[in-house]
Every structure is written in structure tokens, then in C-alpha cells.
Design a protein around this ligand. Structure first.
Ligand code: UD1
Ligand code: CA
Length: 450
């Protein structure tokens, strides 16, 4: 059975008080919209249609960035959730299969939950709705059930006192056959308290056509929606709490779990140790047995087996550490391969570079990769030894088994096995230090006498 997902993302989100559309605010390094899109990929949705409105250009660009096949449809005027879903009808005209409606501001719905809805629908129901038992039902729509079946969804504004007592609430996520859903939506009217076209009305309409509807329940945490910056911070904590737990359950040691910040897509192998205060930006993968020491910041990088990073290291996009590589304190690596067993232990910047296996980069080494206009690469051979405080003016190559003297400014390639010295020669002036000091002290004493 083919699956399509429609994600509602037209709302302004005025309570965010932001120039950025609400669904583009980030949780764990990804826009909320991308979290919803990942749920769609998690059930192998064949088509994803995003309903845009406020900030449509930005929303579309972000969605395309994540999945270039995404379809967008604009809802010029917000006339309700039913009207919003209808905007996807032209895009899904030839689509045969099930459709699920998700929300761009509800980032935590799990693919497994959506699969449970699809399975339920396959048992012969017209519409399946995702509900949750709310600790505080507040203004959510209420699910009116009868045994296994869903009789109606009543919006809070339209509910009676007795209905408001019900704690089984509508998450808004629904699943139905695509053709049926759009046909039901054609019959939805806006004769309600808000004068909106409610998506929720399809339940009642399906039943008048002799179909049954059902509701399944998920954990309330999954349906958490974000309407304000406070909600956003609460959602971030919820994400991190789960990510930390998942990491530990997958065999990763977090020495101080509550201080480690994961991105939405962080991938970490078994027996990795993560010390306190480590932050992961997007697109990081770490292989088994690596150690990420305290206060390190990683994004867009790959760390192979047995490598050690930090403390206080920064791995920027394109940093790739081979097995057993070591990147120590106050070292920044960008767009650079650090070969197997190579060491960059202290106070260095390695950018746009290839460092050969077993090379040793001395403290304070800098690859001078930027001339103000262009970026250039530095190549460092296998087993090369770069003396402390070497400036490598790229483009430049230091050969295999070559060395540079400490403090050198290397502007020309260094052949394999050669030693490059590029610094002023030392001269010793015997006795001069003491003579200079005595002269200065005498001058000071003369001043104090006056
Ligand atoms: C909706 C449900 C309610 C449920 C609640 C869960 C309806 C009628 N009610 O109510 O039963 O408990 O969600 O949060 O569906 N949107 C559009 N275009 C529109 C209207 C809405 O894109 O014309 C988007 C909004 O940006 C928002 C989402 O749909 O992200 C939900 O809309 P909202 O108006 O907030 O629905 P609720 O009143 O909360
Ligand atoms: Ca509303």
C-alpha cells in the first residue's frame, strides 16, 4: 500500500514573536518541519506534500533542502485545518493509497505510531485518528469513543460541559484513504464556533457514509506542539532527555548525561565514551570505542574507531578522523582528513588539509588556508613531523617522513624525508643581556633620585 503524508505548515505562529515562520524554528539542530518530514520518511512515504502559507518561500526552501522531491501547496488564506488539507488535493490527484496528516509544529510523532495507525486502518476503518490521554486536556478537541470505535471529534469551543470532562484528546494526526479523505473534505462546512473548515469533521461524515472510524492512543509527549519560545525550550529538553536515554541504552557512556547536547541526526557507535559538556551539531557520526572528551563541539564530522577528541576540541564540517587519530585541546579541524593514528594534540588549526597516517602535528601549528579570497589545501605526508608553531602557507605539501623546524613559515613544498627550516638563524651575544639590564636599572635609579 502506498503512503502519502501531508504536513500542515501554513500558520503564522504569532506567539513565537518572530520574523521566522514557526515551523522553521529549530529543535536539536533541525527545523521543526524537518522533524515532521523525518517521520514521513520513517514510514517510507512515497509523496510528501507540505501546505505552506506564512513565509511560504522560506518554508519551501528549507523543505527542499531536506528532501528535493517534496511537493508544496500554498494555502493563501487560513480557513481551517480541513481547508488546509484540501490544498493537497491537486498534488495527490493521481495518488492511490493511504494518506496521513501531520503538523509542522508537532515534531515528535514517531514513525512506529504512524505505522500503528496504518495497521489499524487496514483492519477496515474509514478514518483513524491519533489521540492521547492529556494530563491537562485544556482546549484540545475531544475524542468521543464507543468501545473500539470513534464516534466524533468535538472541538473544545463546540463541546458541552460533559464532553469537556473527557481526557482523550485529538492530536490532529489522522489517517485515511486519500480518495476518501478528499471526497469527505468536499462535504465539510464551516458552520461552527470558529467558522473554520475543520479536518475533524471527516469522522462524522465518514460515519454517515456507513464507515467506521477508530482512534489509537500514543504517549502525550509525542504529540507535544510548539506555539511559543517557552514551548520550544520545553520541546528541546524533551528531545535531549530522550536522546540521552537512547544513547545510553545503545551502549554509549555519558559521564554527565544532562550536559551532553545531541543533534536530531547524531549517530554514535557502541562503547563510545562522551565526557561532560559535549555539544553535537548536525551530521556527526562516531564509530565504536571513540572517546569524546569534555567541552568539545562537533558538527558535520566523522570520528572513526578508537579516536580521541578533546578536551576542548572543535570539529567543524568536513573533519574526518581515521582510526585511532587524536585531536587534543584547543584544536580546530575543518574540511580535513586526519590519518590513522595521526596526532594533533594542542592549540592548532588544521583546515582544508590532508594529514597522513601517524603524522605528528606540533603545538601551535596553523594551516594558513585563506589568502583573503581563495582557500587552499595543505598536504602533510605519512609519519611527517611538524614542529611546534609551524605556519603552513597553503597550497603546500610536506612529504612523507619529512620534518619542519619549530617556528618555521613553510611557503614551499617539502620533499619526502627532508627537514625544512624556515626561520631566522639564532645569534648569541655573550654578556649582552646583563649589560643591558644594568643600564636600564641605572636609568630607573637616576629617575627616582630627581
Ligand atoms: C486542532 C484540532 C483539535 C486538536 C488540536 C491539536 C481541528 C479543527 N482541530 O485544533 O481537535 O486537538 O489541533 O493540536 O483540526 N493550520 C493551517 N491552516 C489552517 C489552519 C491550521 O495550516 O487554515 C495549521 C496550523 O498552522 C497549525 C495546525 O494546522 O499548525 C493546527 O491548527 P490550529 O488552528 O492550531 O488547530 P487547533 O485549533 O489547535
Ligand atoms: Ca484554530
Amino acid at each position: 500500500m502506498s503512503i502519502a503524508v501531508i504536513i500542515l505548515a501554513a500558520g503564522m505562529g504569532s506567539r513565537m514573536k518572530s520574523d521566522t515562520p514557526k515551523v522553521l524554528h529549530e529543535i536539536a539542530g533541525a527545523p521543526m518541519l524537518v522533524h515532521a518530514m523525518r517521520a514521513a520518511s520513517g514510514i517510507a512515504a512515497e509523496k510528501t506534500v507540505i501546505i505552506t502559507g506564512h513565509g511560504a518561500d522560506k518554508v519551501t526552501a528549507t523543505a527542499r533542502d531536506y528532501n528535493e522531491d517534496v511537493i508544496t501547496a500554498n494555502q493563501d488564506e487560513q480557513k481551517g485545518t480541513g481547508h488546509a488539507v484540501q490544498q493537497a488535493a491537486p498534488a495527490l490527484q493521481d495518488f492511490d493509497g493511504d494518506v496521513i496528516v501531520l503538523y509542522g509544529d508537532t515534531p515528535f510523532i514517531q514513525p512506529e505510531t504512524l505505522q500503528t495507525m496504518l495497521d489499524k486502518k487496514a483492519k477496515g476503518h474509514g478514518v483513524v485518528v491519533l489521540g492521547f490521554h492529556a494530563a491537562n486536556p485544556a482546549r484540545y478537541g475531544r475524542l468521543i469513543t464507543n468501545g473500539d470505535q470513534l464516534d466524533a471529534i468535538v472541538e473544545y469551543k463546540d463541546a458541552t460541559e460533559a464532553q469537556r470532562e473527557i481526557d482523550f484528546c485529538n492530536s490532529g494526526v489522522i489517517c485515511a484513504d486519500a480518495k476518501l479523505l478528499f471526497s469527505l473534505l468536499d462535504d465539510v462546512k464551516n458552520d461552527n464556533a470558529s467558522e473554520e473548515y475543520y479536518l475533524t469533521d471527516v469522522v462524522d461524515l465518514a460515519r454517515t457514509r456507513g464507515l467506521t472510524c477508530a482512534a489509537i492512543a500514543c504517549d502525550e509527549a509525542e504529540t507535544m506542539g510548539v506555539n511559543s519560545r517557552v514551548d520550544l525550550a520545553v520541546a528541546e529538553v524533551a528531545f535531549q532527555t530522550k536522546a540521552r536515554r537512547d544513547a545510553m541504552e545503545n551502549g554509549i557512556t555519558l559521564v554527565a548525561a544532562e550536559t551532553v547536547w545531541f543533534a536530531y541526526d547524531t549517530l554514535i557507535g557502541r562503547d563510545v565514551i562522551i565526557e561532560p559538556n559535549v555539544v553535537f551539531g548536525p551530521d556527526v557520526t562516531i564509530e565504536n570505542n571513540a572517546t569524546i572528551r569534555a567541552f568539545s563541539h562537533l558538527e558535520g564530522c566523522h570520528v572513526s574507531k578508537d579516536a580521541v577528541v578533546g578536551p576542548y576540541a572543535r570539529l567543524r564540517p568536513g573533519a574526518e578522523l581515521a582510526n585511532g587519530a587524536k585531536v587534543g585541546n584547543f584544536v580546530e579541524i575543518k574540511a580535513a582528513q586526519i590519518g590513522e593514528g595521526a596526532k594533533v594534540s594542542h592549540l592548532s588549526y588544521i583546515g582544508d588539509a590532508d594529514v597522513g597516517s601517524e603524522a605528528n602535528i606540533g603545538a601551535g601549528t596553523i594551516t594558513c588556508n585563506y589568502d583573503g579570497v581563495f582557500k587552499h589545501r595543505t598536504q602533510i605526508g605519512q609519519r611527517a613531523f611538524i614542529g611546534s608553531n609551524t605556519m603552513l602557507i597553503a597550497p603546500v605539501r610536506v612529504g612523507d617522513d619529512a620534518m619542519t623546524g619549530s617556528g618555521s613559515v613553510i611557503t614551499r613544498d617539502v620533499p619526502d624525508e627532508a627537514l625544512a627550516l624556515a626561520r631566522a638563524k639564532q645569534e648569541n651575544k655573550l654578556g649582552l643581556a646583563l649589560r643591558m639590564m644594568n643600564k636600564l636599572r641605572a636609568a630607573k635609579a637616576a629617575l627616582q633620585k630627581d
